[in-house]
Design a protein around this ligand. Sequence first.
Ligand code: AMP
Length: 427
Amino acid sequence: MSFNSLGLSQALLKAVSKKGYTTPSPIQQKAIPPILEGKDVLASAQTGTGKTAGFTLPLLHFLSENPNKKYRPIRALILTPTRELAAQVYDNVKEYSEFLNLRSAVIFGGVNQKPQVARIRQGIDVLVATPGRLLDLENQGLLSLKRIEIFVLDEADRMLDMGFLRDIERVIKMMPTRRQNLMFSATFSKDIKKLAHGILHNPVQVEATPENTTVEAISQKVYRVAKGLKTGLIIKLISDGNWKQVLVFTRTKHGANKLCKKMVGSNISAAAIHGNKSQGARTKALAGFKNGSIRVLVATDIAARGLDIPLLPHVINFELPNIPEDYVHRIGRTGRAGAKGEALSLVSADETTYLRDIEKLIAMKLPVEIIEGFEPDPNASTAPVKKQQRGGGNRSRSHSSSGNSKVGGQRSNTSSRRPKKNNYRRR
Ligand code: AMP
């Protein structure tokens, strides 16, 4: 199948070709036609599947084919959970609309609102936003969602995990009821289905497992190691392998900082990316990692979610996540764009339960290796390390929700949930 057969305008095809895409990805093939027909869509797709173009291209097509000639109200809203993802989606929107007469803006917290407001004042068609800043500017009367025609909820599962349910409800109340809704989520828990039920009308369901990012396609390995020897082992692996671009996951922000310092002390250029870092520091770290000046990016789950890092060959779990789905998200960062990827996990005795949970979720046993000099401690307790609340609590917001929203009545934090079925195996 080619992009030409999807029914997109010439201007969009030109932009797609400029990006170097030749074939639409499975999610694009499945999602673009029903979106162009104006239907609501519920899509199961994680980062790396090409989902952003999957909703952006038909959205831009609709807006440009049905122009609002009189003035420029915001007609499409794309809501994302993190600043990084918002910035990335915005970059895509800009690239795909290069040959269209459409304007867009991105808004997120952690930076001065003035330039964002100035951009909105100029008149925009598409707004990419994180929930907090969006509500903030709306409350200040600096933007209106009353003319939204298309609403995209990106990474809906992560939205719920980060405690954004109430914010989503508030945003929905600010939009007209007649609109097209598109919802993307990597996982489908009961809560996600409930949220979808409240937002979408007779949705077309589409599903795609990322190419080359299925659990089976990534080479995975577990190193059993004593907790105190992990830092030495990770430095050895990166140095011996002469790896140039490694994404490392820690469970906590503090752990990310500490490991980053140790790496730098061993002459491995590294930067940490997590919720406590300023937006500027996060952007700089990511840019350095992408251009090769930083070899190791140490990240927490929330910070890494949605990062568009092409051709990432190595992902290392310095600590296993206590939420098994996060393991799948983490290793989905490797083997992208057809490249071969490797996902390694350093596992100490106290992470045994987490490993078991992950193996249960992905329905496979991970191969285990022990490196001489970095053996596990046979006397260490296998009692799990203290559970960490996802997001450290600093991202949840406490906006009160009035009235009986259709999506109301759910708990806003789903971090302890487990999916009922395995969503990750290639079907
Ligand atoms: P996403 O899942 O939207 O984050 O996209 C993952 C990566 O795939 C991004 O770097 C996109 O630029 C790229 N991409 C999206 N669609 C295609 C396509 N049809 N062909 C090749 N690459 C694509």
